[in-house]
Design a protein. Sequence first.
Length: 391
Amino acid sequence: MVFDFLRRGAAPAPEAKASATGPVIAYQSSGRVAWSPRDTASLTRTGFIGNPIGFRAVKLIAEAAAALPLVLQDAERRYETHPVLSLIRQPNAAQGRAELFEALYGQLLLSGNGYLEAVGAETGLPAELHVLRSDRMSLVPGADGWPVAYDYTVGARKHRFHVSEEFSPICHIRSFHPQDDHYGLSPIMAAATAIDVHNSASHWSKALLDNAARPSGAIVYQGADGQSQLSADQYERLLAEMESYHMGARNAGRPMLLEGGLDWKPMGFSPSDMEFQKTKEAAAREIATAFGVPPMLMGIPGDATYANYQEANRAFYRLTVLPLVTKVAAAVSTWISRFVGEDLVLKPDLDQVPALASERDQQWRRIANASFLTDAEKRALLGLPKLSEEG
């Protein structure tokens, strides 16, 4: 009852193990979807579909991350064949491993959240894996703050995925967000202002081209007896001739024939006009920086952070691709391990990454020459499982 707390000697409620802040989080977020002011659909349109820098950054990261080979192992061995590996190689009838993970990484970069659905996992290993669009997903928190369900909404139709401690058909991977307990923060959100600047500069450049890169001069009328104004018929005729014969890309460079009283005054670009290109390049560098892609790899001029392309590519894999793949692979392997009842680890195979070949060669050589280490310690440092005879 609502007024039970007024009764003396009322039995205390049984204690349950849960985060002390969970009920507060659940109350604060109950009944709403925690979207940022710039929603995912709008950011995807303006920052990915409508912006070449954002598009290339997302594609570059997602494709590079999806192409990394993955290995499956436990504490005792590294598997060459395993049902989980078969599922990863062919997650569903329409996608292979690279396509599935490219879509997952893309959703994570565009929205800060990635969702994997397990199909047919009620009795064991899932039969299929599918990536769900993050802009259609919403988390339903329970009384303790943990998710009890996920809603997938398309138009007026909604499907609810129920979540329990023993079984979750959804693997939710999210980026760190300092002000949201349930949803992640995407790089495209951090780059939203730079994307707006870059798009505005592109629209400005397009407007210049539509106007034949702005009038390169002015036509000044100096009539007889101090008259400085054209008649209505003369003005309309001059406009018609300008539109027909001297505007647009196809008329670029065509000479202009001026009648008596008309004079041509050439004009150049103002310093503020020339600054637009520098502003656009600066915005492009900010977008690339937000995604963790060296501007050199994007072909953006004016960046001299890295000595050469090879060094920039190595930094790209070491600082951006590998942390993303390691995080996603760990989350997926922990999630799948609950279905198969085994403690499995899915992680990228660093020895098969060409960009890191020189680093891995140095590490292998340094550990191999360390005579004070046992073979078991060397294998542990290299991330390899124990040999079967080591016990």
